[in-house]
Design a protein around this ligand. Structure first.
Ligand code: GSH
Length: 205
């Protein structure tokens, strides 16, 4: 059994989408971030950083219990555990990893910064929000350009790159819908959001 410690955020949903898509049984433990449950000693014993998501896999490598944080690391771990969503062919795998990193280290953090800028930062200026939104749209345009050439971000199969992007697109739906163009990204999003695993994973927290 895999235990997922999560909350209703993009990073949390990235982990639950992957678990659902892999068809792995898991138990969800929801944390209330507003109440600071992620900083309680019992959770810090799982992730000392005090952030979600984290997983505890009772049957990790060699049958040992494995505890893991960082949504990107969780996706890679589950891909290797199941043999799903990361191509075996070295060239295809390299392309999948490139787009996975593009999504995980460029696209998703920009979306998270929009959240912090509009909800948490002491100085919430509309100009800063607009700046970050245009930066996110420019990054999404790169995804759109790639999706003009291939069905999915890294070719003709769904990979961890696509699954990592799903929660960002879900969270920024209003911005994307009101933006002209991005036709390839919108075509991809409609297909990804219709997948049963994606639907269940997004709804899991
Ligand atoms: N890079 C990390 C980010 C983790 C993260 O910042 N999680 C947020 C929610 S999306 C969190 O737990 N924030 C609460 C806190 O830091 O106190 C990942 O991808 O898992």
């Amino acid at each position: 059994m895999i235990h997922l410690y999560t909350a209703g955020t993009g990073n949390g949903r990235r982990a639950s989408v992957m678990l659902e898509e892999c068809g792995l049984p898991y138990q969800t433990h929801k944390l209330d971030l507003a109440k600071g449950e992620q900083k309680k000693p019992e959770y810090l014993a799982i992730n000392p950083v005090g952030a979600i998501p984290a997983i505890v896999d009772e049957a990790g490598p060699g049958g040992a219990k494995t505890t893991l944080a960082q949504s990107g690391a969780i996706l890679l771990y589950l891909a290797e555990k199941t043999g799903k969503f990361l191509p075996k062919d070295p060239t295809k795998k390299a392309e999948a990893l490139q787009w996975f990193m593009q999504v995980s280290t460029d696209v998703a953090p920009t979306s998270s910064t929009i959240f912090y800028m509009t909800n948490v930062a002491p100085d919430k200026t509309p100009a800063n929000q607009k700046f970050l939104e245009s930066r996110l749209l420019a990054l999404l345009q790169h995804c759109d350009n790639k999706l003009a050439k291939s069905k999915y971000l890294a070719g003709d199969e769904v990979t961890i790159a696509d699954l990592a992007l799903v929660p960002v697109i879900d969270a920024r739906k209003a911005l994307i819908d009101q933006t002209p163009g991005l036709a390839n990204l919108k075509r991809w999003a409609a297909e990804m959001m219709a997948r049963p695993g994606v639907k269940k994973g997004l709804a899991a927290s």
